[in-house]
Design a protein around this ligand. Structure first.
Ligand code: EPU
Length: 433
């Protein structure tokens, strides 16, 4: 199993290009199950999670291939299969987003429940509520969601829960509603850029959806959807991670090929702590000097500060000039990185869904363990800023969500390498994402 060995303490400098968004590409690839004819999806990052989804699509009767230029071509050739197996779904939660397309087009689905993961319990009650409202009979059988819907009828659905809206839940219900009879109004939908990208993809295939980008989607069902060529949006979380890497190492980093409007909460936060930020519509630059002012930051649904950048932001606040407070409102248990950052000399205390971070002058390199995708990213950027050597173990987590991260960071001057560490043994299945 691979680990990263990082020699920290070098300011990152230069330009790095953003890849396509993982969390856009996955539901859009799942949505190709709804289409007659060939879809060509461009800008899909080269990630383990994408490979997992392509394996699931293959078992669901889709032919898929990756072209040399990275485009993914899909075509459904068999509408019979309806089962997404536990063995695959349990390795990646996002594979649950095949549920909506299966119910929508095949009117039957048997999709393994993804279960919890290290960032929390992560229920799917809202997905089920939405599909039931459309007329599907949904039950749980032997760890699988079994849905049957001889007819799907448009209706009004309120898709809010204890923690607000749901990103993949919105996607699942939307993907079922586009082929339902009549009009569906879905209220309190997530309006993350990835949800918008999925909705726009569906419109390009012939779906009729209004209200994209707002909290209410109005869907007028159509009979069929056709193949289309689509380019996924840039990955705002990857972009944010590189900006934070630039800032934490007190360097100067420009991220190109991103959509700045998608990272506005991060840019505002960086400005607030004293990082110099310049931005144009598709690129941003950060330059950090000596200190970081302490800060209170709370994760919220888009356009609030994203939970997927919470761990990386916390790594930076470890080097702040006072006490910072980070509150997690999306996943109250998403704090696995705290103990590992403390092993690097950080001073973080967790109280419920809040972390109190006493800034320290420096972090020191250590052996640390990645627990999930974004926590791993936080450890990597902490390692880049720390004095001495950091070993981040179990980097298979990071391979799920960061396209060629070693190449990109070394391109900015980072001193790090991937090392095959055969001594490490894989943990049980991991399914965040
Ligand atoms: N929730 C419910 N019931 C549901 C669904 C969600 O209570 O039926 C709760 C969740 O437990 C959580 C909150 O609602 O407290 C939001 O969860 P959401 O459903 O929006 O998360 P998700 O769709 O499972 C996606 C991303 C995550 C990202 C979250 C929040 C994908 C594939 N995953 O997950 O990305 O953290 O939205 O923005 O899009 C990552 O990339 O590292 C990652 C974890």
């Amino acid at each position: 199993m691979d680990k990263f060995v990082i020699e920290g303490g070098r300011p990152l400098r230069g330009e790095v290009r953003c890849s396509g968004s993982k969390n856009s590409a996955l539901p859009i690839l799942a949505a190709t199950l709804l289409c007659d004819g060939e879809c060509v999806i461009r800008g899909v990052p080269r990630l383990r999670d994408v490979d997992t989804l392509l394996a699931i699509l293959g078992e669901l009767g889709a032919e898929t291939r990756r072209e040399e230029n990275g485009d993914i071509v899909t075509r459904v050739v068999d509408l019979e299969p309806v089962t997404a197996r536990y063995e695959l779904v349990s390795t990646m939660r996002a594979s649950f987003c095949v549920l909506g397309p299966l119910v929508g087009r095949r009117r039957r689905a048997r999709v393994s429940l993804p279960g919890g993961c290290v960032i929390g319990i992560r229920p799917v009650d809202l997905h089920i509520r939405g599909l039931r409202a459309l007329g599907a009979d949904v039950r749980i059988d032997a760890g699988y969601i079994v849905a049957e819907a001889p007819r799907l009828r448009g209706t009004e659905i309120y898709l809010g829960g204890q923690f607000g809206s749901t990103v993949t839940g919105t996607g699942n219900v939307l993907m079922a509603a586009v082929l339902a009879e009549g009009r569906t109004v879905i209220d309190n939908v997530a309006c993350e850029p990835e949800v918008q990208d999925l909705a726009r993809f569906l419109v390009a295939t012939g779906a009729r959806i209004e209200g994209i980008g707002t909290h209410r989607l109005v869907v007028d069902g159509v009979k069929t959807l056709h193949g289309v060529e689509w380019t996924v949006i840039p990955d705002r979380i990857e972009a944010g991670t590189f900006l934070l890497a630039g800032a934490i190492t007190r360097g100067a980093v420009t991220v190109t090929g991103c959509l700045t409007e998608h990272v506005s909460s991060l840019l505002a936060t960086l400005r607030e702590i004293g990082v110099r930020v310049e931005s144009a519509p598709t690129q941003c630059r950060v330059e950090a000097g000596a200190g970081f002012r302490p800060l209170h930051v709370t994760t919220l649904p888009y356009p609030g500060f994203p939970t997927d950048l919470q761990a990386q932001m916390m790594a930076l606040l470890c080097l702040g000039d006072g006490i910072s407070v980070v509150t997690e409102r999306i996943y109250p248990d998403r704090f696995m990185h705290v103990a590992e950052l403390n092993r690097m000399g950080a001073d973080i205390r967790k109280e419920g869904s809040t972390a109190l971070i006493h800034g320290v002058d420096a972090l020191s390199g250590a052996k640390v363990m990645a627990s999930d995708l974004r926590a791993s990213a936080a450890l990597v950027i902490a390692g880049l800023a720390a004095g001495g050597e950091t070993e981040v173990q179990r980097v298979y987590h990071i391979d799920r969500g960061y396209d060629r991260i070693v190449e990109k960071l070394t391109g900015l001057g980072a001193c790090m390498e991937r090392v095959d560490d055969k001594k490490l043994v894989a943990s049980a299945t991991d399914s965040e994402g």
